[in-house]
Design a binder for this molecule. Structure first.
Ligand SMILES: N[C@@H](CCC[C@H](N)C(=O)O)C(=O)O
Length: 260
């Protein structure tokens, strides 16, 4: 049975199995990815990231949710940059490819990673809620009791409702804390549970907060797993660019696992 060296990373509690395929190319089946992320057979994480070589770039990030589906992951992207540094890719600016296109990122002196996200050019209203894509699709609900909400029950209901059932959608519940700060909890498709934080979700929630209220271009975001910040330039009513997702990303532990 083949043995695989892996690293577990977390970004505000959103956790990932990280695999270095830059140094040692590796192919994993979807079944193996699901098992590596699972509680019973693996590391018990929200997702798995494979760092690969990419011509003209520092690396390519392949992100998989725990169920094996793929999307862009903001917290995963920040962790991937820290991991790239760990395996000897020195920056100072990191350029990489993900499923939604090219990204760049820097590591700040305090260890936070500032990751440039894709531009947002549409914020759709959906009743009193909002839908937008920040690299992955997000549904945003504004609420005034985010801490008491049953996010799993409410999020799952929306995610599995007829309009979203086939493709899935991530569901964010957002409460305003003050003029420039919000609290966000997210039900993630592909994990099919609430995670401690979701980077593309935090980005979507910040854009919605800015869309509804003008005059600021940095939002502090609290999640169950810690604090992040989102910066952006709003260039027209619905267009946001230079979006930066800023926050911590850390190695938790490393190990060897027998490939299932
Ligand atoms: N945790 C992620 C989002 C991962 C992708 C999402 N579950 C999806 O399938 O759209 C993040 O930090 O952005």
């Amino acid at each position: 049975m083949q043995e695989l060296t892996f690293y577990k990373y977390q970004g505000t509690g959103n956790d990932f199995v990280m695999i270095d395929a830059v140094t040692n190319p590796v192919e994993l089946s979807l079944e193996q990815i699901r098992k590596l992320c699972s509680k019973g057979f693996g590391v018990a994480t929200d997702g798995l990231i494979i760092l690969k070589k990419a011509a003209g770039l520092d690396f390519e990030m392949d992100y998989y949710n725990a169920d094996g589906s793929q999307s862009m992951c903001g917290n995963g992207g920040r962790c991937a940059v820290k991991f790239a540094k760990q395996i000897g890719i020195m920056g100072p600016t990191y350029h990489f490819k993900a499923i939604d296109g090219l990204h760049e990122a820097t590591i700040e002196e305090n260890g936070w990673v500032n990751l440039k996200m894709k531009d947002v050019s549409q914020v759709k209203t959906y009743g009193t809620d909002f839908i937008l894509n920040t690299g992955s699709p997000h549904y945003v609900v504004l609420t005034d009791n985010v801490k008491e909400l049953n996010v799993v029950e409410e999020g799952r209901k929306i995610r599995n409702s007829d309009p979203f059932k086939a493709e899935g959608i991530n569901v964010n519940f957002v409460q305003t804390v003050n003029d420039t700060s919000i609290f966000v909890r997210t039900y993630e498709r592909g994990v099919e549970n609430e995670t401690l934080s979701c980077g593309t979700g935090v980005t979507a929630a910040s854009i919605v907060a800015a869309h509804n209220d003008r005059g600021f271009n940095r939002i502090e975001v609290e999640t169950l797993g810690g604090k992040l910040a989102v910066e952006f330039d709003r260039t027209s009513e619905e267009h946001f660019e230079n979006i930066l997702l800023c926050g911590p990303a850390q190695l938790v532990f490393e190990g060897k696992i027998k490939l299932p």
